[in-house]
Write a protein that binds this ligand. Structure first.
Ligand code: GLN
Length: 551
């Protein structure tokens, strides 16, 4: 097993995740099996209890793990399926060590960060690196380990120390460290500044880790003089100072690194074989060119909680983009703040109200993504209503299904005040209700999570066509509430089609409408399994219908 560690310095959000995924993809293109582990030094056990508006989307895995969104990048770039253990947090490590202590595993010893926590981290990395991830049961050859946060944070210190020891445990020849840093340009002369990178490397080296490669984020390509300076002050070979300047699309990142010979240099260090033919890399280049060549545009109104952090809906955005690439269009996402669609906003913020409705009306399709909590629910219901009544292509994901069903109950069945008990406990018509297996006392890891089977009830539906004639569908879930089973007969007889149900036939998984160009909603989250060349079927259906409605 070879390990490629990716750390970061200066500031967060430099694209460490994309760098790690890109390196992984390049090594995979040599024919090696590649896996990835993300280390998150925070104390939460997992990302499930963290706000997506603060931390970015919570990504969900097949096994129900609620993890950092970088695992989504790895799955998409490397086309693999990871497990919850591929995301290691301080919370998980300490829980494990404290549990062992209580069991008496360290009887007589003082339990300490070094060596007990650091040993546990190393054991974890070695164990998880060997878990097969590409579906055929073979052990990976290379493990990418991304260290979250920035070097120098108090929280990451035990992990840095563990990694320092780890290079000796696994052998120096099987371990490389890539450090991602920032090279800003300051002042009118536009000089590329190396000092921040010098400092972060100094910090790393003081902790006993010396980077083999520097990946420098910058607006423009690194100048030769900048590279030489970095090489000199950071104890790195000049050819190992890589420029990661801005590119036209994300698929260009691995290509950019490849052009600087990174694969060959890593292969030399880790004694990997370089193959002449690399079809995966060729396909990647083709995709990058394709994405840059798109001219047409399709506009989807995304009705959610507006936030400056688009990472909150990362996988949904990706799934939309993958679908747009396939139909040969650019994806234009129009963000609509759900509360601005509500009648009260007409009084309080008239401009935003009319802008929001204009956005809905001029879009080629409407998407209501997953969500929790009361805010904006009425606006989402209004958006679903608009799409249904005006034949506008609609996709509802999780909460987006629930609001579509509530809308139908209110406006077609005429059940005034129909709602989800999540938003109105005393609703006269509980259309969406709490699921029996949920917990009301514990919020972490207690939802209906991960991959579950959906059985299609008929071949005569969009789902059958979109999922290529499969009658059994496996997608990932994350919810506490479901459509009230007692109301199904009523809703069905009024024309709402429940074309996909769980294996017991109890849980409603997919709804469709007869006679509408595309009205489709899923209780599951299809976005998590979307891939650049294999877009998620429900998203593809939306984009395809949106494009058709445009022409
Ligand atoms: N809040 C809803 C539920 O818990 C929907 C969740 C979601 O959209 N992920 O069922």
């Amino acid at each position: 097993m070879r390990y490629v560690v990716v750390s970061g310095g200066v500031l967060s959000g430099l694209g460490k995740g994309v760098t790690a995924s890109s390196i992984g993809m390049l090594l995979k293109s040599l024919g090696y099996r590649v896996t990835a582990i993300k280390i998150d030094p925070y104390l939460n056990s997992d990302a499930g209890t963290m706000s997506p508006f603060e931390h970015g989307e919570v990504f969900v895995l097949d096994d129900g793990g609620e993890v950092d969104l970088d695992l989504g990048n790895y799955e998409r770039f490397l086309d693999i399926t990871l497990t919850r253990d591929n995301n290691l947090t301080t919370g998980k490590v300490y829980s494990k060590v404290i549990e062992s202590e209580r069991r008496g595993d360290y009887l007589g010893k003082t339990v300490q960060v070094v060596p007990h926590i650091t040993d546990e981290i190393q054991d974890w990395l070695e164990r998880v690196a060997n878990i097969p991830v590409d579906g055929n049961g073979d052990q990976p050859d290379i493990c990418i380990i991304e260290l979250g946060g920035t070097v120098g944070d108090i929280e990451s210190a035990p992990f840095i120390e563990a990694l320092r020891q780890f290079q000796f445990r696994v052998g120096r020849e099987n371990f490389i460290l890539i450090h991602v840093s920032l090279v800003p340009v300051v002042g009118v002369v536009g000089e590329q500044k190396t000092k921040p990178t010098q400092h972060t490397v100094k910090e790393l080296r003081a902790a006993g880790l010396s980077p083999d490669f520097l990946v420098c984020r910058s607006e423009n390509p690194l100048e030769e003089a900048t590279k030489e300076k970095l090489a000199l002050f950071c104890h790195v070979d000049v050819s190992h100072v890589l420029s990661a300047h801005d590119v036209s699309n994300i698929y260009r990142v691995p290509i950019l690194l490849e052009e600087q010979n990174v694969t060959q240099m890593i292969a030399d260090k880790l004694k990997l074989n370089i193959t002449e033919k690399r079809p995966l890399l060729d396909a990647w280049k083709e995709m990058a060119n394709h994405v840059d060549s798109l001219t047409d545009e399709v506009t989807i109104a995304m009705v959610g909680k507006y936030t400056g952090l688009s990472d909150s809906y990362l996988s949904v955005i990706k799934a939309l983009q993958h679908s747009a690439f396939k139909v040969g269009s650019k994806m234009n996402i129009c963000w609509v703040e759900a509360t601005m669609l509500e009648p009260e906003s007409k009084e309080t913020s008239p401009d935003k109200y009319s802008q929001a409705w204009n956005d809905i009306k001029s879009a080629d399709g409407v998407l209501v993504p997953g969500g929790f909590g009361n805010r904006g629910i009425e606006g989402k219901i209004l958006a679903a209503n608009y799409a249904r009544e005006n034949g506008v292509p609609y996709l509802g994901v999780c909460l987006g299904l629930q609001v579509a069903v509530i809308e139908y109950a209110r406006n077609v069945l005429g059940l005034a005040g129909a709602n989800s008990t999540e938003f109105d406990e005393d609703t006269p018509h509980p259309t969406v209700i709490f699921m029996p297996e949920g917990s009301r006392t514990h919020m972490g890891g207690t939802m209906r999570l991960g991959s579950r089977q959906t059985n299609l009830q008929t071949e005569n539906c969009d789902a059958y066509r979109l999922y290529n004639g499969a009658m059994e569908i496996h997608e990932r879930h994350r919810h506490r509430y479901e459509v009230n089973p007692d109301m199904i007969p009523q809703l069905e007889s009024a024309g709402l089609r429940f074309v996909g149900k769980d294996t017991e036939g109890q849980r409603m998984e997919i709804i469709e409408l007869e006679g509408h160009p595309y009205f489709f909603a899923t209780q599951y989250h299809p976005e998590f399994k979307s891939r650049p060349t294999r877009p998620s079927p429900p998203f593809f259906g939306l984009v395809e219908a949106a494009l058709k409605s445009k022409n």
